[in-house]
Design a protein around this ligand. Structure first.
Ligand SMILES: Cc1ncc(COP(=O)(O)O)c(C=O)c1O
Length: 374
């Protein structure tokens, strides 16, 4: 996708905020507990390579991604730290992952059997494939669910030198909720599955941001820190974080056009907005092709710090906003971030869209340039 560098609309990512959040968490961890920064989905829309560098500078010692291509992007950028792929990969890629020192999540023994087959076929193997066994303690997504299944996988790993049992983990589905009932059930299941492990691998991990922030006693010796590294509260607003999180992402643009319309004039596709009085209307070059959702009609942006309603439907590339008075072309428009003491957070945008800030951040498309500060 082409990047819109000749358009005034951009994501601004504050590296100092990333470092602040990640360093604050590194400082809270017990000694010997590693922080792996989760940079999947292009670093939750913030730019994977730039976030990885900021995370490394702040004390992260590894990375988590969702797919092999994201791991290869980090290797190509020169990162030599451990990288764990959290999703299920193809066993045919086992030799490539072994060669690149990229760790695979394994959710079933037949995957190990198939991977071993491909490793046998590889002409030379300079290193074993590092494997983290994923346990399903209640997330219901991927992973081993019973002790016999898990024992079979561990036995298979023990019998095959090309496979290195590097880690074991689970993922909690409600660690961001004030109600810890289901969380406790998952913890109990985790203990039932792992308390009598015949071998303890190097990394034992259960914590996403929410678990590390609010249930740190569970952490063991590694955390997979994602959304809070970006300065976002995993609970939305339900639980207060133990330290102030600094949102790293802003989205800004400029007015490219303004006009005066009369009572009765309509604006946008479907003519869904009709002015009830004479008013000023500005146009901002951003739309749903940038990940600025169509559902945001009726929400607001900051024009020179003033909240202005989005009127008419969000178009593919442009939105129209009602202005309190005329503003000159080039006036700053803030869609996410602060201006003159006013603020629109990703949480505000997500609330309006009836979703979570994760989805809004990941949804910003490659057409938006990412500018890095600090
Ligand atoms: C297995 C796993 N671990 C960790 C994370 C990071 O979660 P968070 O961004 O809430 O910290 C994710 C994110 O989806 C995940 O799927």
């Amino acid at each position: 996708m082409v990047v819109g560098v000749h358009r005034p609309t951009q994501l601004v990512i504050d590296r100092a905020a990333l470092r602040h959040n990640i360093h604050a968490e590194v400082e809270r961890l017990d000694q010997g507990c590693a922080l792996f920064m989760v940079v999947k989905a292009n670093g939750y829309g913030h730019g994977a390579v730039q976030v990885a560098q900021a995370a490394k500078d702040a004390g992260a010692t590894g990375f988590c991604v969702a797919i092999l291509d994201e791991a290869l992007e980090l290797r190509a950028a020169g990162f030599n730290e451990p990288i764990l792929i959290l999703g299920v990969t193809s066993p045919a890629d086992a030799p490539l992952m072994a060669a690149e020192g990229i760790s695979a999540t394994v959710a079933a023994t037949d995957w190990l059997v198939d991977a071993q087959h491909y490793l046998d076929l590889a002409e030379t193997l300079s290193a074993p494939l590092h494997v983290h066994l994923g346990l399903d303690t209640g997330m219901g997504r991927i992973g081993f669910r019973t002790v016999p299944e898990l024992t079979e996988a561990i036995d298979f790993l023990g019998d095959h030198a090309a496979l290195d049992f590097e880690g074991i983990f689970t993922h909690f589905s409600t660690a961001d909720s004030p109600d810890d009932h289901y969380f406790k059930q998952q913890v109990a299941k985790w203990h039932a599955l792992t308390d009598d492990l015949p071998v303890r691998p190097r990394y034992v991990h259960v914590s996403n941001s929410a678990t590390s922030l609010w249930h740190a006693a569970c952490n063991d010796n590694m955390v997979r820190f994602g959304v809070s590294g970006y300065g976002l509260n995993p609970s939305g607003t339900a639980i207060k974080p133990p330290y102030p999180l600094q949102p790293a992402l802003s989205l800004t643009s400029e007015l490219v056009f303004s006009k005066h319309i009369s009572a009765g004039d309509s604006v946008g596709y479907g003519a869904t907005y009709t002015a009830s009085q004479d008013e000023w209307v500005g146009t901002v070059p951003i739309g749903y092709a940038d990940g600025y959702e169509r559902r945001l009609q009726g929400f607001h942006v900051l024009v020179d710090g003033q909240a202005c309603e989005i009127i008419g439907r969000v178009c593919m590339d442009q939105i129209m906003v009602r202005l309190p008075h005329d503003y000159s072309r080039g006036t700053t428009v803030t869609l996410v971030g602060q201006d003159h003491g006013a603020e629109i957070t990703l949480q505000d945008v997500a609330d309006y869209c009836d979703t979570i800030h994760y989805e809004i951040a990941c949804g910003f498309t490659g057409r938006l340039p990412r500018q890095y500060r600090n």
